[in-house]
Design a protein around this ligand. Structure first.
Ligand code: ADP
Ligand code: 5GP
Length: 212
């Protein structure tokens, strides 16, 4: 039976582990498409243009917003970030789930859009602030002042946890990834995600009436 694609939104303070969880989820089900955001921030070591982000200039970013090419966009840590609309629409039309690694501002914009019935939003909390700092440092990809700025902003992000459908405390990685898989499995069975149900129940009714 056909199903509608979910818009799976993962948010967290920087360093809590949402990119890692996103990778786990896509390894668990490779049909889940990742919404590659556009950003004006420079690439980190190991990041690939077109895979991790579309790295664009501020002029190009603003043009995309002006031309209505962004599903949502926000200013985070002094840089612009946004989710291009086209690939998301293509995925939904094909019945595929789309995974977003975006902040609370973007999550709110998508939750308030026409796509809201198909949104699954998950907030990832760190087990402690000390562990959040350790993870940011151990990732080893940001300069000390960038880490300090991200730590300062972490409470701003955490303060929006209450607007999400689900909240995961990312203590043990494998356990958290398994919880996320459980949530996605259940959400795929939401009535609104199964457009074929009505036809199926009608068939059941016809069969019922023929045999009754
Ligand atoms: P975010 O995308 O939220 O900024 P990352 O996924 O990049 O965070 O994770 C930050 C760092 O923490 C990475 O080095 C990652 O390997 C590590 N990490 C993620 N989840 C866990 C976990 N449950 N336990 C220990 N380390 C983790
Ligand atoms: P980073 O620079 O660590 O990759 O991301 C910084 C923050 O920007 C993270 O909270 C991340 O989720 C958020 N972010 C990444 N892409 C987007 C996007 O397209 N839209 C919004 N609103 N936030 C994004």
């Amino acid at each position: 039976m056909t199903r509608r694609g979910l818009l799976i939104i993962l948010s967290s303070p920087s360093g809590a582990g949402k990119s890692t969880l996103a990778r786990h989820l896509r390894a668990w089900d490779p049909t889940i498409r990742f919404s590659v955001s556009a950003t004006t921030r420079p690439p980190r070591p190991g990041e690939t243009d077109g895979r991790d982000y579309h790295f664009v200039t501020e002029v190009e970013f603003k043009r995309m917003v002006r031309d209505g090419e962004m599903l949502e966009h926000a200013h985070v840590f002094g840089n612009f970030y946004g989710s291009p609309r086209g690939p998301v629409q293509d995925a939904i039309d094909a019945g595929c789930d789309v995974l977003f690694d975006i902040d609370w501002q973007g999550a709110q914009q998508i939750a308030n859009s026409a796509l809201s019935p198909h949104v699954l939003s998950v907030f990832v909390l760190p087990p402690s602030i000390g562990e959040l700092r350790r993870r940011l440092v151990s990732r080893g990809q940001d300069a000390a002042e960038v880490i300090a700025k991200r730590m300062q902003r972490s409470w701003d992000e955490i303060s929006h946890w209450g607007g999400y459908d689900y909240v995961l405390v990312n203590d043990d990685l494998d356990a958290t990834a398994a919880r996320l898989e459980t949530i996605v499995t259940a959400e795929r069975l939401r009535r609104s995600q199964q457009p074929g149900l009505l036809a199926h129940v009608r068939t059941l009714q016809e069969e019922f009436e023929e045999t009754a």
